[in-house]
Ligand binder design. Sequence first.
Ligand code: MG
Length: 436
Amino acid sequence: MNRSQFLKSCLIAPWMIRAANLYAAKTVGQPRLKITDVKVIATSPRNNYSWVFVKVYTNEPGLYGVGSANDRYLAWAAKAALEKHMIPFWIGKDADRIEDMWQSTHVRSYWRNGPITNVVQAAIDSALWDIKGKRAGLPVYELLGGKVRDAVPLYAHASGKDFDSCAESVQQWVNNGFRHVRLQMGGYGGGGYIEPGQGSRPETGYDGKAFDEELYVKVIPELFQHIRNEVGWEVKLLHDVHEHLTPSAALQLAKRLESVRMFFVEDILPPEQVEYFKHIRAQTSTPMAMGELFTHPLEWRPLIENRLIDFIRCRVGMIGGITQARKIAALCEQFGVRTAFQEGGENDPINQLLAYHVDLTIPSFGIQEENDFPEEVLEMMPGTARIRNGYLYGNDEPGLGIDIDEKIAAKFPLRDDYHNADWTSVRGMDGSVVKP
Ligand code: MG
């Protein structure tokens, strides 16, 4: 029995035979594929983008893969971790052994599962998936098992300063073809803020915008009832609490939102208080999404295996890339939880494609966050996925299907004056910090 007959006898799907044959044709008799160099490309094509990319080169002429070590808040630390610590560890290693690289990189710095170690790990992981796809002549989604859906449904970001402008914004996204719309009123925590100087303040000290959770728990259900009245019941509605609430307020909000039938409510608790999900679960049917800030498997595993959430919200780059995302998706499938990978804000086109390739192939997919990039990014990163009618479309090029134009990236050097992260310091009436 030859190789082809053997594969067929195992009832392997046709795409797998094609992939195996293609890969064999490309690799049999070839020397082992080694990592020969890694180039770091750090760029800020917009003020809120602090992107650190890699190009991982191999001993096969012209064959390289791209990856992202995106951490907006610690971008320079990610760059240094790559240049000073990880790249020397990777050079000379086998580029074909993706899982082995993931495991060895995971323990390389001994302490593990931190944001920096995870994004650095995601960078090499995605570059190796990209390389394997290019070598096989197949898009990464084929290597992951092939498509179970034709494109990736996205949720859009609606916003407004008051109820009416919020309704207009939701309606606009619906008109643009989106079935899922997340709504915030005036930024995270919006609807719960007491204006600067107003209300009962301490005699000295904090006088700025102050978050009040009772106000928030009152206003947000009224806002979503207004959306149902104005836009109707067809649109699937999402809302991000961004961890602002104490556990009892979180439960009250979830119960009050039942009547407007949310698609999900996100991060209703901070990661430190996730054990309260069992109380929320027992008392309300409002679907819960959680996990944007998760970096460690022990954070998501209990929530998934105890069926305490409906959607896992990790950012693929922040958990270590495609290799880890697939494992989470497989765990979710066993327990009836769905994925909703976090891809908004300052995220980059490579990370968006990591989620895309995984999403196309997993039965446990729920939804992905929308992120539309400006013209200068589309020019700098040919192959960036595109949004049409509420769906994300990559291309069918081998690998991830994206590249980095280094000449354009060099025009936008990584900013070293990024101090605009004070949005994370939300404060209450007495001046104390509220979880952002
Ligand atoms: Mg969020």
